[in-house]
Design a protein around this ligand. Structure first.
Ligand code: PEP
Ligand code: MN
Length: 350
């Protein structure tokens, strides 16, 4: 059972709930977020029910959900969530959710002002409503480019100012959450950090929405529990991103688990997008996998684009360029209305 305190609940009110629970022999774990405090209860549910916690001052909601993840569960909130991105940086805000389809596109790694601006314009012309780009890069090899860090964030902010596109970028260290939040509109948790619990808790306290990628070894339940870590700290503005899982298949980097889209939608109210780029790791598969994401009911896709992928800092064999981007734009324009959605976009698609 979970007790959600109202945003203005006082310490005394929180403590009163904890004491009432402990008097039954149960345990109460308090998680103080910036926006709200959540209290997780462990013990005899029937005893807790008899406590009538709902009537206590400062209590906003009581969640009785049997799944291990609670706040993100569809049992807690049957209606699909919409996440609003880009409200406080001068960007044109975007909603990611069930009524629309959002293309998030940009360079894998931010390597220079010029190439990032060019990639951002390419993304926008293709119908993107958001810009992606890596400034802090978690690389498999310690010799590989680790990203431009703060300078990369500055370049992304410049690209946002020019294009109006809200920016999503990865944060890899809990200590960097305030810095990345200063520049970005949305914080990305990469696949490799999906079970980095201190990082999840840190972004749970951030005031920006979160893009939570699925770990390549994670089950859907583990992924939703990772989202619960974020939600437990008071941040429920979470978009899930399916990006492929490790299987025995070697022809792609990972196997895109397209069934995760409808499975998640039956378990959680959170929006879910698909990253065909990092799932496949092969440029020529991005378009067919993007089509499959639209057809499966995803709320959007995340795609690497670069004006000159072969010269890119992270040497992206998977980034789309030129004609491929135009083909993706045309597929989105034709397919998105067929599934009853509208394309979230800033400009008419080329
Ligand atoms: C990325 O989006 O830049 C990335 C590296 O993806 P993932 O964490 O899914 O591997
Ligand atoms: Mn990439």
């Amino acid at each position: 059972m979970v007790v959600v305190m109202s945003p203005d609940a006082s310490d005394t009110q929180i403590d009163a709930v904890v004491q009432r629970v402990r008097a039954t022999g149960g345990e109460a774990f308090v998680s103080r977020g910036v926006r709200r405090t959540i209290i997780g209860l462990v013990g005899d549910i029937d005893e807790f029910r008899a406590l009538n916690l709902r009537s206590m001052p400062g209590v906003a909601d009581i969640i009785h959900v049997s799944t291990p993840y609670k706040l993100v569960s569809v049992d807690h909130q049957p209606a699909r969530s919409t996440v609003l991105v880009g409200t406080d940086t001068g960007a044109q805000p975007v909603t990611i959710g069930p009524d629309s389809f959002t293309l998030i596109a940009g360079p894998c790694t931010v390597d220079s002002v010029d190439s990032t601006l060019e990639a951002a314009e390419m993304a926008k012309a293709a119908g993107a409503a958001m810009l992606r780009g890596g400034a802090f890069r978690p690389r498999t090899s310690p010799q590989a480019c680790q990203g431009l860090g703060k300078n990369g964030l500055r370049i992304l902010a410049e690209a946002r100012d020019v294009t109006g596109l809200p920016v999503v970028t990865e944060v890899i260290d809990a200590a960097d959450v305030p810095l990345v939040s200063e520049y970005a509109d949305m914080l990305q948790i990469g696949a490799g950090n999906m079970q980095n619990y201190p990082l999840l808790q840190a972004v749970g306290e951030a005031t920006k929405p979160i893009l939570l990628k699925r770990g390549v070894h994670a089950t859907i339940e583990e992924w939703l529990l990772a989202a619960e870590y974020v939600a437990q700290r008071g941040n429920l503005d979470i978009v899930l991103c399916e990006r492929g899982i490790r299987t025995f298949e070697t022809s792609t980097t990972t196997t895109l688990d397209i069934s995760a889209v409808p499975v998640v939608q039956r378990l959680s109210h959170l929006p879910v997008v698909v990253d065909p780029t990092h799932a496949a790791g092969r440029r020529e598969l991005v378009l067919p996998l993007s089509r499959s994401a639209i057809a499966a009911g995803a709320d959007g896709i995340l795609v690497d684009v670069h004006p000159d992928p072969d010269s890119a800092a992270s040497d992206d064999p998977h980034a789309l360029a030129g004609a491929d981007v135009r083909e993706l734009a045309s597929a989105l324009r034709r397919m998105v209305p067929v599934v009853g959605r509208r394309l979230n976009r800033r400009e008419p698609v080329a």
